[in-house]
Design a protein around this ligand. Structure first.
Ligand code: SAH
Length: 352
């Protein structure tokens, strides 16, 4: 099997090239083709000689050409595209491109499946199969960059909010973000990157120690211990009060505002009392709340609250001077909640 060189650092690529007898500066040229121009076939790299191209083709593979696109869904409004990608080992993940007024952002997955078992989430239906590598995280961004080539655009924001728990795959996730930050690749600001966690406190601390101005999002979803444990079993290991404290620590250390995600589930966590409690926990914090009217997951039996209930919840937060937004409905028609497209695909395969 050919060695896959996608996602290698420039130094690593140079070593490979030199050991193949290629000139070291060729590695830099190839690096530019890959990560600045999003060209993923050696034959299209016009400043290489035919002989070099042949040598590269003989020895190396590139992950963007090795992954299969199992499914592609585009929302009717044209704003969101979702891909279900299969890696060479057959495992699949979802990745979503969103077109905002300020540019393109991608929601990447960090693991195949997820071990956290949140009650409302489709990603964890079959547990965590494995971690993704740096290259597998990067390819989710670069496949979209390749598609944007025609309009001379590039993905300018990344949210690690697809399937998986990024804090349990910390190093590859950070390596991928560091890679995107390089001037020789996407030159993406850390301020345009967000890591979302269900509240793995050691991960929050590691992120803080790493010292990059990456945005932190916390999947909070409930502010009563019993309910949160029911919805998110991770609350038994890291209860939400400690999680908020760790997130505050992160925010104070780096001056970054924390986003708290709160899925609104009908008659579960959408009451007046919940809104008041949430306000009490977040009052005077450098925080914003992102309310997400739940995308129903058929396997899970959760429903989305009425519009009126959502509005009531927001109004209470606003009255209490808590920054709150309701997540714009992007891609509801394309199963855009984490894991939903993959879960559907797996279901379809099983029923065949
Ligand atoms: N494990 C990380 C990142 C992946 S989940 C985390 O927990 O933050 C990304 C976000 O999508 C989380 O806030 C998650 O709770 C939310 N999500 C999962 N299932 C959903 C559903 N059915 N409807 C709406 N949002 C959902």
């Amino acid at each position: 099997m050919k060695e896959d060189i996608f996602g290698l650092t420039l130094a690593e690529l140079e070593d490979k090239f030199v050991s193949l007898g290629l000139k070291k500066f060729r590695a830099k040229q190839v690096f530019q083709w890959l990560y600045q121009k999003s060209v993923f076939d050696f034959a299209g790299m016009h400043n290489l000689s035919k002989a070099d191209i042949a040598l590269l083709e003989e020895h190396f593979a590139l992950l963007p050409r090795e992954v299969k696109i199992l499914r592609e869904q585009n929302s009717q409004d044209g704003v969101t595209s979702k891909l279900l990608l299969a890696f060479p080992d057959g495992n699949s993940v979802e990745t979503v491109l969103m077109h905002h007024d300020y540019g393109y952002s991608v929601c990447v997955s960090s693991q195949v499946g997820c071990a956290m078992g949140c009650a409302f989430c489709a990603s964890g239906l079959n547990g965590c199969i494995r971690n993704l590598t740096r290259a597998e995280i990067l390819v989710q961004v670069y496949l979209f960059n390749e598609r944007l080539r025609g309009e001379n655009a590039m993905v300018s924001r990344v949210v690690v909010m697809g399937s998986g728990e990024p804090m349990l795959n910390f190093r590859p996730v950070m390596d991928a973000l560091d890679f995107l930050h390089l001037e020789s690749t996407s030159f993406m600001s850390y301020r345009n990157m967000t890591i979302s966690t269900c509240g793995i406190i050691p991960g929050i601390k590691k992120l803080q120690a790493d010292g990059k101005p990456v945005n932190l999002a916390i999947s909070l979803h409930a502010v009563r211990q019993e309910l949160r444990t029911e919805l998110m079993p991770v609350n038994k290991s890291f209860n939400f009060v400690d999680v908020i404290q760790a997130a505050e620590g992160y925010s104070e250390a780096g001056g970054r505002q924390v986003t708290y995600e709160y899925i609104l589930l009908r008659d579960k966590n959408d009451s007046v009392q919940d809104a008041e409690l949430l306000s009490n926990y977040l009052r005077f914090k450098h925080a914003t709340v992102n309310l997400i009217p739940a995308n129903p997951v058929p396997e899970k039996g959760f429903e989305r609250p009425s519009k009126a209930a959502v509005e009531r919840f927001v109004k209470i937060l606003q009255k209490n001077k808590i920054n709150a937004t309701v997540r714009k409905e992007m891609g509801k028609d394309i199963d855009a909640a984490c894991g939903q497209l993959r879960a559907k695909f797996v279901r379809e395969q099983e029923s065949k």
